[in-house]
Ligand binder design. Structure first.
Ligand SMILES: Nc1ncnc2c1ncn2[C@@H]1O[C@H](COP(=O)(O)OP(=O)(O)OP(=O)(O)O)[C@@H](O)[C@H]1O
Ligand SMILES: [Mg+2]
Length: 399
């Protein structure tokens, strides 16, 4: 029996592999209500027989621009069904980077049998016009990564598309959504944004740890077997991705953790994601030269003891409070037979660890907002590895 293939399709942890695919469209966006509402407001005229809309969406990598447009097109079609027949086509201009290729793609998506070879731009646009008139449906054209086309062919096509209804009886046959990363805004800025209307420019921001947590939680809920993950492990993964603000990164980290967890299973263990699954296994020994764990080598003995206390707890638990730190620090001081530093000094050390990105902290309110607790976690290192190195270093510093 080829039982090494058993895992294919049905994982012990991963129930629906497609959910981890970047192109998989979630049933709904999480945490983007305000920008969704803003986008919808640009298309409020769509409910009227002659209404159209325009929007330019910009934002950093992985901020959900493409999925925002995709879900909007899907949802608006459902929302207006029975009232107005709406269709949408999306062209990624990275793959179709000249205006000619873009129009060919649009036509091909609308009418797969449409001949495009040998036709001039004018003829292609005429075909598009005819097609739209014949279909009597409203078309939303989404030009994703539009900067590629703008750089190669300029903005002439946008102008043509925006005036597609001229010399026609009907009006409002086409809406346009342009998407681009923020860094390339210069290409878009002036002419294009003013042509599209400056008020139609939507800026989306990168995700915070909370935003990424919500996205990872949604993927886990829809993709993983129930009971194979905890909210705490999802939070740790989100914190690991937080410095990027990139939703793709958090999905990738979740998927990598799931894969490590699946590999760990021998069919008898309890199957759930653990802290070790979240981190890349370090193939270099923690004492090896060049290992990034050397980052802690220049710490003095006392901060090392505090960090050791932190690592020992975070080896088995995703987060801890500052109260926990002090308790465990007392135990560590006893073990090493040194006098404890004051509360303020310990706090100062913790701040220093955070600056060095050894730990991350989050303030949470408890008890209906009356109390505030600081939760610490270690998203970038395996606490066990740091603890081992600290124990080795402390042996030289103390005793
Ligand atoms: N708010 C969200 N809710 C659920 N999934 C999201 C959300 N935002 C992003 N995603 C998912 O994260 C991934 C990246 O999002 P998307 O491709 O839309 O980013 P982008 O801004 O277009 O990135 P790029 O600049 O690289 O084109 C996709 O798989 C997408 O489904
Ligand atoms: Mg995109």
């Amino acid at each position: 029996m080829v039982d090494y293939l058993d895992r294919i399709g049905a994982g012990a942890v991963l129930a629906n592999p497609e959910v981890m695919d970047f192109d998989w469209m979630p049933p709904e966006l999480v945490g983007r209500e305000s920008v969704q509402r803003e986008l919808a407001s640009k298309f409020s005229a769509l409910a009227h027989p002659e209404g159209a809309g325009r929007a330019v969406i910009t934002g950093p990598v992985g901020s959900g621009k493409t999925v925002l447009a995709d879900t909007f097109c899907r949802d608006i079609q459902r929302h207006l069904s029975g009232k107005r027949n709406v269709r949408s086509v999306k062209v990624n201009c990275r793959n179709a980077s000249t205006s000619m290729r873009v129009v060919q793609r649009i036509l091909h998506l609308l009418d797969p049998g449409h001949p495009d070879r040998g036709l001039s731009m004018g003829e292609l646009l005429l075909s598009l016009r005819r097609l739209l008139r014949r279909e009597s449906s409203h078309l939303i054209v989404v030009l994703d990564e539009v900067d590629h086309m703008l750089r190669r062919s300029g903005d002439d096509l946008l102008y043509q598309l925006l005036r597609i209804d001229e010399d026609q009886e009907g009006k409002g046959t086409m809406s346009l959504i342009l998407i681009s990363q923020e860094q390339v805004l210069d290409v878009l800025e002036t002419a294009v944004i003013s042509r599209m209307g400056a008020s139609n420019h939507l800026r989306v921001s990168g995700y915070t740890a909370d935003g990424l947590e919500a996205i990872a939680a949604q993927r886990a809920q829809l993709g993983l077997v129930l009971g194979t993950y905890t909210p705490e492990i999802i939070r740790l993964i989100a914190e690991k991705a937080a410095h990027t603000g990139d939703a793709r990164k958090v999905i990738e980290l979740l998927n990598a953790a799931v894969e490590r967890c699946e590999r760990r299973q021998d069919g008898h263990n309890a199957t759930h994601l653990i802290i070790e699954d979240v981190h890349e296994p370090s193939n270099t020994s923690f004492t090896a030269q060049g290992s990034n764990l050397e980052l802690i080598d220049d710490l003095n003995a006392h901060p090392m003891l505090v960090l050791l206390a932190v690592c020992r707890r975070l080896t088995n638990q995703e987060t801890m409070t500052t109260g926990d730190v002090e308790q465990l620090y007392a135990v560590v001081c006893e073990e090493y037979e040194v006098k404890m530093k004051s509360h303020t000094t310990v706090w100062k050390y913790l701040k220093e660890f955070e600056t060095r990105q050894l730990i991350a902290s989050r303030v949470a309110t408890i008890g209906g907002g009356r109390g505030r607790t600081t939760h610490l976690s270690m998203p970038h290192f395996l606490p066990k590895d740091i603890a081992s190195r600290l124990e080795m270093l402390l042996k030289k510093k103390i005793r």
